[in-house]
Structure formats: structure tokens, C-alpha cells
Design a protein around this ligand. Structure first.
Ligand code: ADP
Ligand code: MG
Length: 610
């Protein structure tokens, strides 16, 4: 008898569970399924996101409703359209062996008549957002007067979103004697009020601690200028000598680029994205599993299958568009009972995304500072000292000891230690002694808009209305060819034969490089940084002018067209390396870095971690 059988589930469900590959019930499933199967009771269950709540109410509901009837018997309210669809899909999977089962999702932003038609076909279960549900009730497009089970899923979130009145209204159309099952990650006062008002002596189940995540992952963010992203990444790596991490970028191109830069800078890194062959990906994954690669740079899609247990850090080099994706990313660490850290390198204009993610993961981020140079030197020094302390002596060197001893005859122990550690320390010290502070201050929200425009670049592009573009089409076009995210292209302004648009300044090199020899409908598309000061009168336009000049400095327009593509590329790479604007120092430093990192970073890492 398997663990699901023991809960009392019938064969149809057990078969579907086997197909899905679920082996053991989660805690919330184990606790709630037997109760819900055996009793007609109200229930309040508190469990974190990702603990399998859908099945906890879905299995019992599927087993208890009458599939031969076409009456709506189960209603599930959930806060968002995405969750609605997700729950409906999960229920369809769980119930795939129940012939004649109809699960219908009802949510805003899609055709109400189509949804009504689906309900009419005989939906035994409706999964709905409160807003659309209320709407459909008032238009008499659904009948929930005979439901036996009502589920309030993510109740805390629904209340956060202001659905209290809608929920009250919806439930007033349901029978008194139905069972109500409330699922929530947290139990704020408002949820307790709802439980009291709509439920009758509910059984309470709590998985993990109330109002506290059971997960082992802590979340940190580091606020830096967008152009310092890569430097920040290196410092985070240097400050964590035993790091074993996945670094997430948004596009394949950025993934490749960051990995290449890290390798060039002497880190044990590798790239994982969809443009690599299966064979290449297998090799990278093998090295990563063996911990020969410390930093795996990956796209979200490519990282989907990563099931490595010992990952110490997840670094969000760029944040994903969808906050839910962040959950998947951070879930790569803190597995198998270990603790993990999920770090986000964030620029000012993305700060609001942190707030959104906090709402989704129901945990707060800690704002941290990128360590300064001396901190890193100290960490590296102590890490080396510990490594030496823990090293087992290899007696193969005994034969050579007499000559070594001879060499150090006049050196005191104290002196010897200092010399020994200086070998490693000096490398970091030279690199970091004049490193600048990468941290920036968050501004008050009233200033946020201007800061984001100060960090953005305005471009001129020689296509416009007569090429068939309107602002939306041009935005889509740019997003597609440049592989950018949803919010990356903005202030698109289409004129007759030319247009303007903005991106964050961080993306400027990428945009300019891409359009050096790009043809659209047989014509070269020319993109330049706009000096468009005359256009428009607002203050922000002027500020934009200033920022274009700055971007112009870092990538002079004259240079752009000279030389072939690979020359330009290597030029931009050499520009990228180094931490400071002083080119002499930069050169010297990158030499030191390259030589010494080869000697140290890329040597095989033996007993890397305890
Ligand atoms: P929650 O609603 O608590 O956030 P979900 O019900 O969405 O969690 O489940 C999260 C994921 O876990 C889903 O992909 C689901 O298919 C999977 N899952 C649920 N129960 C189990 C189980 N017993 N074993 C393995 N995976 C499960
Ligand atoms: Mg859920």
C-alpha cells in the first residue's frame, strides 16, 4: 500500500498520482486529505506556497463530487488569473481518469460568454477569481446555489487584494450547509475574521510555523548602478570563496556573455542556455555536479532541470519579468534541509520589483551592501588560513624539506607566515585596494521616476510610420530583435520616417552593437544615441539629454562604425574589464588579475567545502 492509498484516495486518483510521479504526500496533504475525505467539515489550513495545497483540497473534492451530475458542486476562489488557470489545470491532471469531469476556469480579461458557455456544458468544479465570479453571478451566468464545497485558496492574498466584499457577496449565493475550506500561507487578522464569519467550527491545520516560512532560503538584495552589475557579481563571488552557485540572466546572450567574462576573469564558471547543443549542456552540467564549476550562469528555461542539492547561492544577475519565476530560481538553493541564500543585484529602476516579489514569496528581502575591497581581502585571507589549517600533510614533500628548510633558515615563523599569506593576499589587495564603493542609496519614491530617466538612454532610429510601425509595433520589434524583457524598451515615440525610444543605459552597448549591420526589409536600420534636446520641453527631456552625453562618452559614436565586428567586440570587452575609470590602473590591474587568477582560481578545487 503506498502512502497515498493510506490516505484513502480511490483508484482513479491513485493512477493519476502515479502518472504525475508524486511519491509521498506533502505534510499539508497528509494532514488534510483524510479529514476532508471522512468528514463533512470546515477547515482552515495554513501552509507555505509550494507545499501542494492544490492537491490537499483538490483530491478530496474530486473524489467526493458526483461526476455523473452536471451540477456545479465545487467552487474554488483564488486571487489571480494565473493561479486560477494553474489550479484548473492541476485539477484536470489529477482528475484525468474521472470520465465526464468538467473543470472550468473563470477569470477577467477573457471572453465572459465563452466562459459562460463552458459552465453551461456542465462544470462540476469552477475555479474563479472573485471579481469575475461576482460579475457572472449578477448576470446569472452561473449557478452556485447547490455547491457542496467552497475553497478559499490563498485567502490572505485575496484579502490583500481587496476582495473581502466580493467574497462575502459570492458566498451569500451559496448554501448554508456547504463545507468551506480555507487555505492560506499566513494567518493575518483579516483571515481570522473571515474564518470566523464564514465557517462553522473549522478544524485547523498548520504546517510549519504560523506566519513564517518553512523554507531555508534567505533573500538579499544589493542596490548598485546598472553599469556596475558585473563588478558587483565578481565581488559577491570573491566575498564567498566557497560559493557554489547558479547565476540567472534573462537572455541567452547575456548568459553567454556573463559566463565568458567570468571565465576570462579567472573564475570557474560555465554557461547553460538553449543555444548550446545537448552535448555541450550535458558537459556543463556534469562539471557543475562534480563541483568543478563554481558558478553556473543560466537562463530560466535551461535551469529548469537542475536538481543539484548543495547549491549555496542563487544570484539573480537580472530579475525575471514574472515574480513567480523568482520563486523557481530561489528554490534551487536551500534544498535537502540545507540553508541557502538568494541574492539579487538590482538597479534603482528595478527596486519596485523587489516589493512585488516580496508579496509573492511572502518573505522580506534584506538589503545588503556589496562588500568593499578590504572586507574581501580579509575574507579571502581567512579562508586561506582555514584551508591551510585543515590541510592534511602530503608526505611526498618530505624529501624536499631539507632544501626548503635551508632556504628559510633565517626566517622566523612569524615572518614565514607573513610571506606565505602575502602570496595570495597581495593579489586581492592589488586588485581591490582602490576599488570604489559600488553601493548606491535608494531614493524616496517621489524621486524614483527621475532617477530611472537619468539612468536611461534615448535613441534615434531611422524607421517610422512609413515603414509600417506604430509605437506598439516598434516596441515589439525592438524587444524581439534585441531579446529584451517586457519593460526594457520604453518611451517609444514614432514619427513619419524616424522614431525615438529609450532603454536603460546599461543596455546601450548591446543596442548599439546590435544595430551596426542590421537590415529590415532590405534597408539598414540605423540607431544612434539621440541628442534630441530640442524635442519636447519637459524637464525630463533635458535630463535625458544629459544622460545621452554620458553614454556617448562610454561608447563614442565615431568609434562605432569603424573596424569590423570582431574588432569592435574585443574593444568593447577590453572596455568592460576593470573596475575604475583610470585606464592605466585598469590595465595593470587586469594583468595582475589574469596572471594570478590563473595560478589560483582555476586550479582544481579539491576539498572546496566542508
Ligand atoms: P501551493 O498551492 O501550496 O503553493 P501547489 O499545489 O501549487 O502548491 O504545488 C506545488 C507543486 O508541487 C506543483 O507543481 C504540484 O504538482 C507539486 N506537488 C504537489 N503535491 C506533490 C507531491 N505529493 N509530490 C510531488 N509533487 C507535488
Ligand atoms: Mg496554491
Amino acid at each position: 500500500m503506498n502512502a497515498f492509498q493510506k490516505l484513502g484516495l480511490d483508484d482513479n486518483l491513485l493512477q493519476a498520482i502515479a502518472d504525475l510521479g508524486f511519491e509521498t504526500p506533502s505534510e499539508v496533504q497528509e494532514n488534510s486529505i483524510p479529514i476532508l475525505l471522512e468528514q463533512e467539515t470546515d477547515l482552515v489550513a495554513l501552509a507555505q506556497t509550494g507545499t501542494g495545497k492544490t492537491a490537499a483540497f483538490g483530491f478530496p473534492m474530486l473524489q467526493k463530487i458526483n461526476i455523473d451530475s452536471r451540477t456545479t458542486q465545487g467552487l474554488i476562489l483564488s486571487p489571480t488569473r494565473e493561479l486560477c488557470l494553474q489550479i484548473a489545470n492541476e485539477l484536470k491532471l489529477y482528475g484525468k481518469y474521472y470520465k465526464g469531469l468538467n473543470v472550468t476556469a473563470i477569470y477577467g480579461g477573457a471572453s465572459i460568454t465563452e466562459q459562460a458557455r463552458e459552465v453551461k456544458r456542465g462544470a462540476q468544479i469552477i475555479v474563479a477569481t472573485p471579481g469575475r465570479m461576482k460579475d457572472m453571478i449578477s448576470r446569472r451566468l452561473v449557478d452556485i446555489s447547490k455547491i457542496e464545497y467552497a475553497v478559499l485558496d490563498e485567502a490572505d492574498e485575496m484579502l490583500n487584494m481587496g476582495f473581502y466584499d466580493d467574497i462575502t457577496d459570492i458566498l451569500s449565493h451559496t448554501p448554508e450547509n456547504k463545507c468551506t475550506w480555507l487555505f492560506s500561507a499566513t494567518m493575518p487578522k483579516e483571515v481570522a475574521v473571515i474564518a470566523k464569519k464564514f465557517m462553522d467550527n473549522p478544524i485547523e491545520i498548520t504546517v510549519g510555523n504560523k506566519n513564517e516560512s518553512t523554507s531555508q532560503v534567505s533573500h538579499e538584495y544589493y542596490l548598485v548602478n546598472a553599469r556596475d552589475r558585473y563588478q558587483a557579481l565578481k565581488r559577491l563571488a570573491d566575498a564567498n570563496p566557497d560559493i557554489f552557485s547558479v547565476i540567472f540572466c534573462r537572455t541567452k546572450r547575456d548568459t553567454q556573455k556573463v559566463a565568458e567574462n567570468l571565465i576570462e576573469d579567472g573564475y570557474s564558471a560555465g554557461a547553460l542556455h538553449g543555444d548550446l547543443s545537448q552535448n555541450q549542456r550535458d558537459l556543463v552540467m556534469k562539471s557543475f555536479r562534480n563541483q568543478q564549476i563554481q558558478m553556473l550562469v543560466a537562463t530560466d528555461v535551461a535551469a529548469r532541470g537542475i536538481d543539484v542539492d548543495d547549491i549555496t547561492h542563487v544570484i539573480n544577475y537580472q530579475l525575471p519579468d514574472e515574480p513567480e519565476v523568482y520563486t523557481h530560481r530561489s528554490g534551487r538553493t536551500g534544498r535537502a534541509g540545507k540553508t541557502g541564500i538568494s541574492m539579487v543585484i538590482v538597479s534603482k529602476s528595478e527596486l519596485r520589483k523587489i516589493k512585488t516579489i516580496e508579496r509573492v514569496i511572502k518573505k522580506e528581502f534584506v538589503k545588503k551592501e556589496i562588500p568593499d575591497g578590504m572586507e574581501i581581502c580579509e575574507v579571502q585571507l581567512m579562508s586561506l588560513a582555514n584551508k591551510i589549517h585543515n590541510t592534511e600533510v602530503n608526505h611526498e614533500i618530505d624529501d624536499y624539506l631539507s632544501s626548503i628548510n635551508e632556504l628559510f633558515e633565517d626566517t622566523s615563523k612569524d615572518e614565514l607566515i607573513k610571506k606565505f599569506f602575502s602570496v595570495e593576499f597581495t593579489r586581492f589587495y592589488n586588485y581591490y585596494q582602490k576599488a570604489k564603493n559600488l553601493n548606491i542609496e535608494a531614493q524616496h519614491s517621489s524621486e524614483k521616476d527621475s532617477s530611472s530617466s537619468a539612468n536611461s538612454t534615448r535613441y534615434f532610429i531611422n524607421v517610422g510610420k512609413k515603414d509600417g510601425f506604430d509605437w506598439m509595433k516598434l516596441k515589439d520589434f525592438l524587444k524581439e530583435v534585441l531579446e529584451l524583457g517586457r519593460d526594457d524598451v520604453f518611451k517609444v515615440d514614432v514619427k513619419d520616417s524616424f522614431s525615438f525610444f529609450n532603454t536603460e543605459s546599461e543596455l546601450t552597448p548591446k543596442v548599439l552593437e546590435f544595430f551596426t549591420d542590421f537590415k529590415h526589409n532590405g534597408r539598414f536600420v540605423n540607431v544612434e544615441i539621440s541628442e534630441d534636446k530640442g524635442r519636447g520641453t519637459s524637464r525630463s527631456k533635458r535630463r535625458r539629454g544629459a544622460s545621452s552625453r554620458r553614454s556617448g562618452d562610454s561608447k563614442p559614436r565615431g568609434d562605432r562604425r569603424s573596424g569590423n565586428r570582431s574588432e569592435r567586440r574585443s574593444e568593447s570587452r577590453s572596455k568592460r574589464s576593470g573596475d575604475s575609470s583610470n585606464s592605466n590602473r585598469k590595465e595593470r590591474r587586469s594583468n595582475i588579475e589574469k596572471k594570478s587568477t590563473e595560478a589560483s582560481f582555476s586550479r582544481p578545487r579539491r576539498s572546496r567545502r566542508k
